[in-house]
Design a protein around this ligand. Structure first.
Ligand SMILES: Nc1ncnc2c1ncn2[C@@H]1O[C@H](COP(=O)(O)OP(=O)(O)OP(=O)(O)O)[C@@H](O)[C@H]1O
Ligand SMILES: [Mg+2]
Length: 281
């Protein structure tokens, strides 16, 4: 397969991957990113965040997408929200003022955010607006998970600059794999200029369907190309992921003993233990 030949050289494969268990006083800021739309960025942000919270970690979710899907998936209405991440980024409103507590804490989005790229573009330090906004509250959390829009624009760059690591949900289909090249190029630019330490900490295969040959093959190519960066946990396709947000709930709250909840608990364990579980599984 032509795509997969090119992919193999793309990502560095350090011998030892850092575990993601936060040390006391150390906050993991994880950007969930993939410029391809509909790959489960938002679903993964919410359910992984709630799974960390179940383990006793203090979690903040940030909705950095003008679509406001993360905000909606916790039962909040982006259309009636007065202050949002737009005001935090553009007008330097303290982030505490846009944090709501539902299953976990969530800094909300509204449609205004669609104008943030433009509004920020003339500001000095425009790529660091989120990093600066997080500084006063960072230490209050073990995990801060940032849901990004399906683009590599200024909002996503802000997430990369604030992040300690990037987690990439990838739909198990061929076309989804190609976008990883561009994502890694953008990250390389961010490392060079803005945040030298940020890197991909893991790739999550999503919407996996083992009955579909295409899905199995895409999963195999992903593993051949990116090795230990790919989590063992595959998030399988199930309608629960569409049902839960309608009720304003994570799948862990919607059906606590269900398969969908279990998959995200498994993923949370893997992220927490870093590479180890991937090697021994
Ligand atoms: N494992 C899954 N199985 C079935 N459906 C899923 C799964 N994960 C997510 N979905 C559904 O797929 C759609 C897209 O998911 P989601 O909104 O999380 O993707 P996204 O990457 O955030 O999209 P966007 O790029 O638009 O922000 C949603 O309707 C969601 O409920
Ligand atoms: Mg989304």
């Amino acid at each position: 397969m032509a795509i997969h030949m090119g992919l193999a050289r793309l990502l560095p494969r350090p011998a030892v991957r850092p575990a993601s268990v936060p040390l006391p006083g150390e906050t993991q800021v994880i950007a969930l990113a993939n410029q391809k739309g509909g790959v489960a960025k938002t679903t993964t942000t919410l359910n992984l965040g709630v799974a960390f919270a179940e383990q006793g970690y203090k979690v903040l979710l940030i909705d950095l997408d003008p679509q406001g899907n993360l905000t909606m998936s916790q039962g909040l209405n982006p259309d009636t929200i007065e202050k949002s991440m737009f005001d935090v980024l553009v007008h330097r409103l303290p982030i505490e003022q846009v944090i709501e507590t539902v299953e976990v804490d969530i800094a909300v989005s509204s449609i205004d955010l669609a104008g943030a790229d433009m509004a920020l573009s003339s500001q000095i330090g425009r790529e660091r607006a989120l990093d600066k906004a997080l500084a006063p509250i960072r230490d209050e959390y073990d995990f801060i998970l940032i849901d990004t829009p399906p683009s590599l624009g200024l909002l996503t760059i802000n997430a990369f600059v604030a992040a300690t690591g990037v987690l990439v949900p990838v739909q198990t289909e061929y076309l989804s794999l190609r976008g990883l090249v561009q994502l890694e190029n953008t990250l390389a630019m961010v490392r060079e200029n803005l945040n030298p330490k940020v890197e991909i900490i893991g790739i999550v295969p999503t919407m996996y369907d083992k009955r579909v040959t295409h899905s199995r093959e895409a999963d195999e190519i992903l593993r051949e190309s990116f090795g230990e960066l790919v989590y063992n946990t595959r998030i399988r396709k199930t309608v629960r992921f569409a049902e839960a947000p309608v009720k304003g709930l994570s799948v862990l709250a919607y059906e606590p003993a269900g398969d969908a909840a279990r998959m995200y608990r498994d993923l949370a364990k893997e992220v927490l233990s870093g590479q180890k579980s991937r090697q021994h599984a």
